[in-house]
Design a protein around this ligand. Structure first.
Ligand code: NAD
Ligand code: DAU
Length: 352
């Protein structure tokens, strides 16, 4: 089996669902169920013996050691993290705790487990660390896209904590020989994304007739990738990636935020017209994110050259699928928008 951390979050749950749709190898899913973890994402796996869910923290070394000894996974795919830049600005401590200290604890437990393996089990074991393009910092309008050789220049508490975790993973390979691979991916979108991130926030606000808050001039550029493509990239790296290497994963799809919001509004006008008028009437420019990175872009040629991976979705196909998913799952949306989510909206948007 494989151990997945953070498998109740956005990308982790998509990964677990895709994995079990494609093979019968069981998944041990360790997730602390923070505000971002949601077992409803995995409801279709209820009663499926191939999925074993454990509610727990990656920083709980005794728990992780026990799970590794009991289940003896052949690989760890590490998604668990605090993942939202705006939250890292309001409260960086949780980011250091989970992303840095949690990854450290997981690496130490993995090193202990790997030390007990021999033969094929030892040589085929992998620790796959899921990271982000934000560790490379911000690009100017004409700079070349990030390659794996780009210097680390993280600018937010989130990206600094992810950069620190990448460095730990690298060092555990270099010093102890732990068979690691790291992926650095661009912005994901798709089903089950918590509506604190740009695309789902705009969709659920537009559906509720609420303002669509665009930070600053809205000309910040991100490289958008459909989540299913990120999952297939991770599977390729897990199967065929070279030990100790990093692989950038991206969508070849750079777009300014303003265009993303305009596309969502136009598609909603087509799929769910609002009698009050075009959804674009709700766009509201608000004050910018402190330290806002202007542009990210991934050069994904290494993963294509070495592993034959390319995204399957275009932005047009991916965003349509995503919108349809949110339109078809009003109950999921209503549940995640209740309770603590409202406190977050007040914290992040009330004084903008
Ligand atoms: P998410 O916030 O939706 O999910 C994170 C999951 O981790 C949640 O289920 C949460 O409960 C769990 N978790 C948090 N702290 C934990 C802990 N201490 N122990 C165990 N579980 C814990 O995040 P996401 O968007 O799915 O991102 C997953 C990973 O991919 C992260 O490492 C993130 O840095 C990386 N990444 C995300 C994107 C993106 O666009 N979302 C892009 C590139 C890389
Ligand atoms: O690049 C990969 C990263 O992408 C991941 O590592 C992170 O986990 C993920 O959260 C994401 O980070 P961003 O900060 O780029 O994503 P977010 O969806 O928060 O914002 C995308 C852009 O939209 C960014 O320029 C900020 C802007 N934005 C965001 C929100 C929430 C707005 O203009 N208004 C908003 O309300």
């Amino acid at each position: 089996m494989i151990l997945v951390t953070g498998g109740a979050g956005f990308i982790g749950s998509n990964f677990v669902l895709d994995w079990l749709a494609q093979c019968d190898e069981p998944v041990l899913n360790l997730d602390a169920l923070t505000y971002a973890g949601n077992l409803r994402n995995l409801a279709s796996l209820q009663g499926d013996g191939r999925h074993v869910f454990v509610h727990g923290d990656i920083g709980d070394r005794a728990l992780v050691e026990r799970l590794l000894a009991e289940h003896r996974p052949r690989a760890i795919v590490h998604f668990a993290a605090e993942s939202h830049v705006d939250r890292s600005i309001h409260g960086p401590a949780a980011f250091v705790k989970t992303n840095v200290e949690g990854t450290f604890a997981l690496l130490e437990a993995a090193r202990g487990h790997w030390g007990t393996l021999d033969g094929d089990a030892r040589s085929s074991f992998r620790f796959l660390h899921v990271s982000t393009d934000e560790v490379y910092g911000s690009l100017g309008p004409r700079d070349a896209a990030f390659t794996e050789e780009h210097a680390y220049r993280p600018n937010s508490p989130y990206s600094a904590s992810k950069a620190a975790s990448d460095h730990l993973v690298r060092a555990w390979h270099h010093t102890y020989g732990l068979p690691v691979v790291t992926t650095n991916c661009s912005n994901n979108y798709g089903p089950y994304q918590f509506p604190e991130k740009l695309i789902p926030l705009m969709i659920v606000n537009a559906l509720a007739g609420q303002p669509l808050p665009v930070y600053g001039d809205g000309m910040q550029v991100r490289d958008w990738l459909y989540v299913g493509d990120h999952c297939s990239g991770i599977r390729a790296v897990l199967e065929r990636g070279r030990i100790g290497e990093t692989y950038n994963i991206g969508g070849w799809n750079e777009k300014p935020n303003r265009d993303i919001v305009a596309t969502i509004c136009a598609l909603l006008d087509e799929l769910r017209p609002d009698p009050a008028g075009p959804h674009a009437r709700l766009v509201t420019h608000v004050s910018d994110r402190p330290g806002h990175d202007r542009r990210y872009a991934i050069d994904a040629r290494k993963i294509e050259r070495e592993l034959g991976w390319r995204p399957a979705e275009t932005f047009d196909s991916g965003i349509r699928k995503t919108l349809r998913w949110y339109l078809d799952h009003p109950q999921w949306v209503a549940e995640v928008r209740s309770g603590a989510y409202r406190d977050w909206l007040a914290t992040n948007y009330a004084r903008r």
